[in-house]
Design a protein around this ligand. Structure first.
Ligand code: CUA
Length: 340
């Protein structure tokens, strides 16, 4: 009895926690609020399965309630053995056929959707599709547009209403590409290319993240899909391809020199620099640093000084710059904007 009472006391706690959990999450990151055809199909599949499950649940509970009430033991009744139904062909056919029918109801749209989502958008058949090679790294995302000559990181630009065909792999461990509002998930396997497509039906920014535990900073392995109108996309591509960094102030120029000595081995800007870590062309226009921190000066300083504190296990070492050098480097990074 006392134990029961204690359990009942947990009810309000569980109720409050459920209400909090319902409010969780970023609205641009919900599979229940799709903004593209793939996510819509995936949501429909969830709803069809859920509908079938609710139907089964309701029928089973209704029958159970009826039986419990109707056949309960009444006062004065001896313990009766219920009527045995073993070998009843009608019942056996019903409880075999009904689950098969329910599975068919789920299987038909599921199989059709599986084929439609596995469609490959080859260059010959779909010349307008945007093709992107997505590479997962511990702990950042690289996006290469082989047909357009663009290499970028953390923000995947795509035009609205256009098929985007992704070839997905990894440079190290298994990651998983997931943009809940648009499509997902697809594993990034090292040494193996998985493909998927997506299409956004409205402009905006949609948050994505890595959906496979890949190391200490897995939970910070965010990225964004930025959906823009076609002409804005063309402008973005053009300014990425023709980017030249031209610091206008002496401080920014000093920053460019520091960047050239310290950072360029790993981070390219425009056509110059290393490609093994995020390409920083247009970095000043990105809304985040390292995919998850607000892109502001204060956090940028903290990030450069000690990235391991903010994103444990990532490959970037801290840089021990004096205040003047840090100011100059930040001034230079602020000039990395795209004109379009
Ligand atoms: Cu990459 Cu988790």
């Amino acid at each position: 009895m006392r134990r029961n009472k204690r359990l009942w006391r947990l009810v309000p706690l569980i109720a409050i926690l459920s209400i909090i959990a319902v409010g969780c999450g970023n609205p641009s990151m919900s599979a229940l609020d799709p903004s593209g055809v793939v996510a819509e199909q995936q949501l429909n599949m969830i709803l069809i399965s859920l509908g079938v499950m609710i139907l089964v649940f309701a029928v089973v509970i209704a029958l159970w309630t009826y039986v419990v009430i109707k056949f309960r033991e009444r006062p004065g009744q001896e313990k009766l053995i219920p009527k045995q139904v073993e070998g009843n062909h009608v019942l056996e056919i019903i409880w075999t056929a009904v689950p098969i029918l329910l599975l068919i109801v789920i299987a038909i749209p599921m199989v059709m959707m599986t084929f439609s989502l596995a469609e490959e958008y080859s260059e010959e058949e779909h010349p307008t599709a945007i093709r992107v090679n997505v590479t997962g790294h511990q702990y950042w995302w690289e996006f290469e547009y082989p047909d357009l000559g663009v290499l970028t990181a953390q923000e995947l630009y795509i035009p609205v209403g256009e098929k985007v065909f992704l070839e997905i792999d990894s440079s190290d461990v298994i990651h998983s590409f997931w943009v809940p509002a648009l499509a997902g998930k697809m594993d990034n396997n090292p040494g193996l290319i998985n493909t998927m497509w997506l299409e956004a039906d409205k402009t905006g920014e949609f948050r994505g993240m890595c959906a496979e535990l890949c190391g200490p900073a897995h939970a910070l392995m965010y990225f964004k899909v930025v959906v823009v109108e076609q002409d804005e996309f063309d402008g973005w591509v053009d300014s990425m391809v023709n980017f030249v960094s031209e610091p206008e102030t002496a401080v920014a120029e000093q920053g460019r020199e520091i960047f050239a000595q310290t950072c360029i081995g790993c981070h390219a800007v425009g056509p110059e620099g290393g490609t093994s870590y995020p390409n920083l062309t247009g970095f000043a226009d990105r809304s985040t640093i390292a995919g998850f921190l607000d892109n502001n000066e204060e956090l940028l300083r903290e990030w450069i000084a000690d990235p391991q504190v903010l994103k444990p296990g990532n490959a970037m070492p801290g840089f021990d710059l004096n205040e003047e050098e840090m100011d100059a480097l930040i001034e230079y990074l602020k000039t990395l904007t795209l004109d379009y």
